[in-house]
Ligand binder design. Sequence first.
Ligand SMILES: NC(=O)C1=CN([C@@H]2O[C@H](COP(=O)(O)OP(=O)(O)OC[C@H]3O[C@@H](n4cnc5c(N)ncnc54)[C@H](OP(=O)(O)O)[C@@H]3O)[C@@H](O)[C@H]2O)C=CC1
Ligand SMILES: Nc1nc(=O)c2c([nH]1)NC[C@@H]1CN(c3ccc(C(=O)N[C@@H](CCC(=O)O)C(=O)O)cc3)C=[N+]21
Length: 284
Amino acid sequence: MTAAVLSGRELAAAIKSETAAEAARLSAAGTAPTLAVVVATADESSAWYVRSIARATEQVGIACDVVDLGQEATGPEIRRTLDALSADDRVHGIILQTPLPPGVDAQEMALAIRFDKDVDGANPLSLGRLAAGLSAFAPATAEAVVRILEHHGVDLAGRHVAVVGRSTVVGKPAAHLLLDRNATVTVCHSRTRDLAAVTSAADVVVAAAGRIGLITADHVAPGAVVVDVGTNPTEDGGLVGDVDAASVGEKAGALTPVPGGVGPVTTALLLAHTVQAASALRRA
Ligand SMILES: NC(=O)C1=CN([C@@H]2O[C@H](COP(=O)(O)OP(=O)(O)OC[C@H]3O[C@@H](n4cnc5c(N)ncnc54)[C@H](OP(=O)(O)O)[C@@H]3O)[C@@H](O)[C@H]2O)C=CC1
Ligand SMILES: Nc1nc(=O)c2c([nH]1)NC[C@@H]1CN(c3ccc(C(=O)N[C@@H](CCC(=O)O)C(=O)O)cc3)C=[N+]21
């Protein structure tokens, strides 16, 4: 491995310590910041995330309510749950875990998440405002991609960034945030022809496809910066990214690890958004 390892752990710790201080202030003033996590999936990567959220909220002094509706949950059930949490004054942040049961549309469901509690930027209103340059919570993962690059001093202005993946949780919002930093952005997906040619032309590659080993040395230019967003469960209970770290590490200039890269920063930002929401709702 010759590439520099761009860890997310120090950044996550810094965000969490600021968040803990703000959570303590709010709690002392009578508002205990509370995050509701709505789950309707048995997806392993989601389970990893929910465990990570539960642990981290406890560390920083945020209350966490996990509402597990089971993987058979219907659209109307999920919507009713989100409506109730949106109306509940005790709750300041709401995240709906993806994926959802077959036939349930995540965007339709997220419309039921009250905008000022939408701490993972899932409501289409949040994504639209983000695209329009208006204030909104960005999906924590998309924001984590930009924050980890900035933390490690990777200049984005004028650089070519290839984003692999166009989901509303990661790829699309990441593209908007990168554009805001004056990057030149190419968004790739499963219908992209000759992915390797596109990503090899980029200064920075953001891999968010959910495919183990999709990005190999053939996909990156020598010295490129690679951000691995993938969190794919392995048979032995571990977690691996979308990037073949062994081969890419020999060619790229820098690479975020999995675990220990984008993941911890994502969790930390979700908590930061939750105290921001609690603070704004308190003033409202
Ligand atoms: N670290 C973190 O904090 C987070 C990690 N994740 C992880 O990131 C990954 C992506 O998540 P998410 O965006 O929700 O996943 P989705 O399945 O919603 O989206 C995957 C995207 O990747 C594209 N894609 C799939 N296969 C290929 C391929 N062979 N070549 C090019 N593009 C491809 C898809 O294209 P198309 O649109 O054409 O189908 C789609 O746009 C997962 O591993 C997930 O667990 C997710 C959120 C947070
Ligand atoms: N609406 C929605 N938003 C998401 O952001 C979302 C989602 N649904 N569904 C599932 C995926 C997966 N995901 C992870 C985030 C952090 C870690 C994480 O913190 N991982 C640690 C390892 C686990 C640990 O050590 O705690 C790490 O990478 O170091 C993992 C997975 C978010 N997702």
